[in-house]
Design a protein around this ligand. Sequence first.
Ligand code: NAP
Length: 248
Amino acid sequence: MTTLSGKTALVTGASRGIGRAAALALAEGGAQVLVHYGQAKAEAEAVVAEIRRAGGRADALAADLAAPDGPHGLASRVRAVVGDRLDILVANAGVSKAASIEETTVEDFDRLFAVNVRAPFFLVQQLLPILHEGSSIVLVSSLAARAAVGTLYAYAATKGAVDTLVRHFAAALGPRGIRVNAVAPGVVQTDMSSFTRTEAGRDFTLGIQALKRLAEPDDVGGVIAFLASDQARWITGDTIRVDGGSKL
Ligand SMILES: NC(=O)c1ccc[n+]([C@@H]2O[C@H](COP(=O)([O-])OP(=O)(O)OC[C@H]3O[C@@H](n4cnc5c(N)ncnc54)[C@H](OP(=O)(O)O)[C@@H]3O)[C@@H](O)[C@H]2O)c1
C-alpha cells in the first residue's frame, strides 16, 4: 500500500472516470484530496462522500478549465483549503473528440488545446508557489500521443504536447525537488471511451492490446497514486505507459 498520509492532493476531473479512480487511490493511501469537477457536481460530491465514509478527508471544488482564467480560479480555491502546501497535483481533466482531418473545426481544436494543454500549463504555474521539495505532479497523456489510433488527430496532438511539457517541467522543477511525470493510458472504459460499450469497440480495443481484457479506471488510478508517492522518488520527466501492452 502506497503511503500518502499527511499529504494534500488536487485531482482535476475527479468527478468521473480516471480522475475519480485516482482520487480514490490517493485517499486510500491517506492523502487529503481536493476533488475538482467541471459540470458534474453530484458525481464529485459522491466521490467526496465515498472518501469521507472510508475515514478520509476530501472536498469538492468546481472550475471550468476551458475558460482562460479557469486554472487561476481553481488555484485560489485550492489555496483557500490547503493553505501554502500542496504535495500532489494530478492534472487529469481532459476532453476528446473523434473527427477526421476534414471534419475538425477550429473551435474543436481550440477547445481540445484549452482543456488538455493550456489548463495543465497554467495550473502548474499558478500552484507553483505552494508546491515544494518532495511535491509530485502527474499529467495525463495518452496512447494516442505515440500511435495512430482512431480519428483523434487534434486530440493526439494535445497529448504530444503533454509529453513535451512533462520533460520541460521536470527539467525546470527538478532543482526545486519537484517531480513531474505522466501516465499514458490506452483505451479505458469511461464516458470518454464509450465506444468500448459496443461489440465493435470492444473487439477493436482487445485487438490492439497484448492483455485481453478492457481496462478499468482504477488500472490507471493506482499508477497515478504510485507516481505521486515517495516510492517513485527517483522517477521524473517520464511518461509511463499504462495500456495493457497496446500497439506494441
Ligand atoms: N478513457 C480513455 O480511454 C483515455 C485514454 C487515454 C487518456 N485518457 C485521458 O485521461 C483523462 C481522463 O479521461 P476519462 O476517460 O476519465 O474522461 P471522462 O470520464 O470523460 O472524465 C473527464 C473529466 O474531465 C473533466 N472535464 C472535462 N472538461 C472540463 C472542463 N472544461 N472543465 C473542468 N473539468 C473538465 C470532467 O468534469 P465534469 O464531468 O465534472 O464536467 C470529468 O471529470 C483525460 O485527460 C483523457 O484524455 C483517457
